[in-house]
Design a protein around this ligand. Structure first.
Ligand code: ADP
Length: 458
C-alpha cells in the first residue's frame, strides 16, 4: 500500500473515530436532557393531580376529578385503590397498569416501558393521606416524539460522520499527493542518476521550502555533491597515478631499448633505470601510506616526542642536502615535548625542509624555528625560494598537486604527495598545518601541535 493511501486512510479513520466519539456524546447528552424534561413534566402533573385527588365517603377516589383535571393531552394516568382495583383512569379504556413492573412499588419511581416505537415514560407514586396508604398513581407519557428526535439525531450524526470521512479521505488524498510529490521527484532523479551515471544533477526546490521535504532534498543534494566530489577526485587520482607511473616506465623502456640497440650494458642507462625504479618505489610507498591512512589502518604512536631533538636532526639532514648551496639556520628553538608518533612527525618536518631546500635557488636561505605559543607548539620552516603562486596556495595540501612551475621544472622526486601526507599526519595529531607564501620572495610552512594535556584542534 502506498504511503499516500496509508496516510489518507489513517487521517480518515482518526477523523471518523473522533466524530463518532463526539456524536455519541452529543446523542447521550440530548437523550438525557429530553428524558429529564419528560420526567419533570410528569412530576409536575402528578403533583397537580395529587393536590386535586379527594377520597369520598365510601373510601373511593372522587371520579369528578376526571372532568375537572386539566393537563397536557400526551399525558395519561391511572389511580389504583389499595386493593389494586382501578378507580380512575384517563383515558378510561386503559385497564392494564401503565407499568406492571412497578405496580406494587411503594416509593415514587420513573421507568421506561414498552418496546421500541411504543415507549412510554411512567411515574409510579404511592398515594398516602392522613389515614395512611390510600392507593397508587401511575402517570405516563408517550415517548414517540422523544424516540423520533433521537432517531433523527442519530441519523444526522452518522450521515455527517460518513460525509466528513469521505470528504477528508478525498481531500487528504490530494493534499498528501501534493506534499509527497517532491519525494516522487527525489525518487525519479535518483533513478535517472543511477541510469545515466550523472552525479552533476540536482533536485530543484520548488519555492522556499524549509519543511522536512525541503530538508530532505537539501540533504540529498548535499550527498550528491559529496559523491560527485569523491568520484571526481577518484577519477583525477587515477589519472594522476597513471600519469606518474607512465613517466618512469617510459624512461626505463627507453633505456632498455637503447641498451638492446647498442648490445651493451650502458652504465648511464642503468643508473637512469635505477633512479626511475627508486622513484616508482617512493611513489608506491607514498600511495600505500595514503591508502592506509585514509582507510584508518595507519596506527599512530602516542608517545612523548621531543620536538626540538627532531628539529635538530632535520636541520642536520637539510644542511647535508643543501651542502654549500644555501644558508640553513635555526632562528629559535625552545625545548618542546608533544605527544605523538616520532617517526611520522619527523617525516613531516623532513618533507617540508626537503621542499624548502629543493625549491630554493642557490644563495638562498632556509630557516627553522620552534616555539611554545599559547599552550601550543609552533614549528616554522621558511625559505627565500620562488614562493607559491596565490592560485596554487589553497591546493598545495591536495594529493598530486604541484604548481605549474614545479611541473615545468620537473624536479626529480616530486609527486605532489608529500604535503598531503604531512597534512594527514598533523591533523591526526590534533594539529594544523598552514602555508603563507609570496611569489618571488619565499614561503613559510607553520605547524601547530597541542602540548600534552591540550586536546584542541584549532
Ligand atoms: P612535491 O613532492 O612535488 O614537492 P609536495 O606535496 O611536497 O610535493 O608539494 C606540493 C607542491 O607545493 C610542490 O609541487 C610545489 O609546487 C609546492 N611547494 C611545496 N613546498 C614549496 C616551497 N618551499 N617553495 C615553493 N613551492 C613549494
Amino acid at each position: 500500500m502506498s504511503l499516500r493511501l496509508r496516510l489518507s486512510l489513517l487521517y480518515t479513520l482518526v477523523l471518523g473515530g473522533v466524530l463518532l466519539l463526539f456524536g455519541s456524546l452529543a446523542y447521550s447528552l440530548v437523550s438525557v436532557t429530553l428524558l429529564d424534561q419528560t420526567d419533570a413534566l410528569l412530576a409536575k402533573n402528578a403533583n397537580d393531580l395529587i393536590q386535586q385527588l379527594r377520597v369520598n365517603a365510601n373510601g373511593r377516589f372522587d371520579s369528578r376529578l376526571i372532568s375537572t383535571y386539566k393537563t397536557d393531552e400526551t399525558i395519561v394516568f391511572q389511580v389504583w385503590g389499595n386493593d389494586r382495583a382501578l378507580q380512575l383512569a384517563r383515558p378510561m379504556s386503559m385497564v392494564d397498569p401503565l407499568d406492571r413492573s412497578q405496580f406494587h412499588n411503594d416509593r415514587p419511581v420513573f421507568n421506561t416501558t414498552g418496546e421500541t416505537g411504543k415507549h412510554m415514560r411512567v411515574l409510579t407514586i404511592p398515594l398516602i393521606n392522613a389515614r395512611g396508604h390510600a392507593g397508587l398513581l401511575q402517570m405516563g407519557r408517550n415517548l414517540n416524539l422523544f424516540d423520533t428526535t433521537l432517531q433523527t439525531l442519530a441519523g444526522v450524526l452518522i450521515l455527517l460522520t460518513f460525509l466528513s470521512m469521505v470528504l477528508t479521505g478525498v481531500m487528504t488524498w490530494f493534499v498528501n499527493g501534493q506534499a509527497l510529490a517532491p519525494l516522487a521527484t527525489v525518487t525519479k532523479v535518483a533513478t535517472q542518476i543511477t541510469r545515466a551515471d550523472d552525479l552533476s544533477r540536482r533536485i530543484q526546490l520548488s519555492g522556499a521550502r524549509d519543511d522536512e521535504v525541503g530538508e530532505l532534498i537539501e540533504a540529498f543534494n548535499q550527498v550528491l555533491g559529496r559523491l560527485e566530489k569523491l568520484f571526481t577526485s577518484q577519477r583525477r587520482f587515477l589519472a594522476d597515478v597513471s600519469h606518474e607511473l607512465r613517466t618512469p616506465l617510459t624512461v626505463i623502456k627507453g633505456n632498455v631499448g637503447l641498451m638492446r640497440k647498442m648490445k651493451t650494458l650502458d652504465e648511464e642507462s642503468l643508473s637512469g633505470i635505477e633512479s626511475e625504479v627508486d622513484r616508482l618505489t617512493r611513489l608506491v610507498g607514498d600511495l600505500l601510506f595514503l591508502a592506509q591512512a585514509e582507510s584508518g589502518r595507519m596506527p599512530l604512536d602516542q608517545s612523548p616526542v621531543e620536538l626540538d631533538t627532531i628539529m635538530l636532526e632535520v636541520y642536520q639532514q637539510a644542511k647535508t642536502l643543501a651542502g654549500e648551496r644555501m644558508n640553513i639556520t635555526i632562528n629559535e628553538i625552545d625545548q618542546v615535548q608533544v605527544t605523538g608518533d616520532r617517526d611520522r612527525l619527523k617525516q613531516v618536518l623532513l618533507n617540508i625542509a626537503g621542499n624548502a631546500v629543493q625549491y630554493t635557488p642557490s644563495g638562498g636561505q632556509v630557516s627553522f624555528s620552534l616555539r611554545k605559543v599559547a599552550e601550543r607548539a609552533q614549528v616554522v620552516i621558511s625559505d627565500t625560494g620562488p614562493g607559491i603562486p596565490a592560485v596554487d596556495l589553497p591546493h598545495v595540501f591536495e594529493r598530486f598537486y604541484r604548481s605549474e612551475k614545479s611541473r615545468k621544472r620537473n624536479f626529480q622526486g616530486g609527486f605532489g604527495l608529500g604535503l598531503s601526507i604531512a597534512f594527514w599526519i598533523i591533523r591526526n595529531h590534533n594539529g594544523t598545518i598552514e602555508v603563507s607564501s609570496t611569489e618571488g620572495k619565499g614561503s613559510a610552512f607553520t605547524i601547530w601541535l597541542p602540548l600534552p594535556g591540550e586536546k584542541t584542534n584549532t
